[in-house]
Design a protein around this ligand. Structure first.
Ligand code: SF4
Length: 267
């Protein structure tokens, strides 16, 4: 449950923006405010716990020699990662009992099995993993963690993002690339190379969505980010963050304190 008393009453200032928070503002400015300005903690779900643990396991799989990157090794890495982090505060009380936790673990293993139907981790070595990006785009500072970057056989860069949630239908997939296009822009800014492609790898599907990248798309994203940064700055200056009700509200942790729903209740 969200506790409105945990709101931090600091003077808001936009110093850096992550691709995820930029996406929040685009989706619903009020959601951005709850997360990035008020910093109201959200309860961790079993799906987020799975995502965090699976990301750790997939990242570490590539520490091993190529011929040892097997499904069994990935399961072991998942179990090890969960053992490491399950005691952290954010995961406290996540499961009713050990049986529920075991079931969650079994479902997680099934998802990890899907990974091997999308790509063969014994056939390549990533260029980078969990890459901490902090780039200043002429006064706009963007920060985020990029899951993985590879080079294809022509030496071109490919950016991949792992998703443990359900893959959206193809017609909605384009908007899911928003954050990855920002990462492609950051990579171009840092290295001078334009990535060839960005990929969304959904374990739950399993599905791989690919989007070829060209400089003009990244130029457009640069302009979009600048407009978004200015809009966020104006919203902060005026303390005005409109609500935008939509499909996402059903999964929004803040619904019970959201003005859009408070207004609806008093109608
Ligand atoms: S419940 Fe809906 S309108 Fe309210 S903050 Fe969340 S996404 Fe925005």
């Amino acid at each position: 449950m969200i506790d409105p008393m945990t709101v931090e009453l600091e003077q808001p200032r936009l110093e850096t923006l992550s691709p995820s928070r930029a996406g929040d503002f685009k989706t619903c400015p009020q959601l951005f405010k709850f997360r990035a300005v008020d910093r109201i903690p959200e309860p961790t779900s079993i799906y987020q716990a799975r995502g965090t643990t699976a990301h750790l396991a997939l990242q570490r799989l590539f520490d091993d020699p190529e011929d040892q990157r097997t499904p069994d090794r990935l399961y072991d890495l998942f179990r090890e990662a969960w053992t490491e982090i399950r005691g952290e505060d954010e995961f406290e009380g996540l499961f009713e009992d050990l049986e529920a936790e075991r079931e969650w673990g079994m479902e997680s293993m099934a998802l990890l099995t899907n990974y091997f139907s999308i790509e063969d981790p014994t056939s390549f070595d990533p260029e980078d993993r969990e890459l901490d990006m902090l780039e200043d785009l002429d006064g706009i500072v963007i920060r985020g963690i990029l899951d993985r970057m590879d080079r294809d056989s022509d030496g071109r860069l490919i950016i991949t993002d792992y998703k443990t949630g359900k893959a959206p239908p193809e017609k909605f997939a384009l908007s899911a690339f928003f954050a990855l296009k920002i990462y492609a822009l950051l990579i171009r800014n840092r290295t001078g190379e334009t990535p060839k492609e960005v990929r969304l790898l959904y374990l739950n599907g399993p599905t791989l969505y690919r989007l070829p990248i060209e400089d003009r798309q990244l130029d457009a994203m640069d302009g979009q980010l600048r407009a978004l940064w200015n809009a966020i700055q104006r919203a902060m200056d005026n303390d005005r963050f409109p609500t935008r009700r939509g499909r996402l509200c059903d999964w929004c942790s803040y619904q019970e304190i959201c003005p859009a729903f408070a207004e609806a209740e008093t109608d």
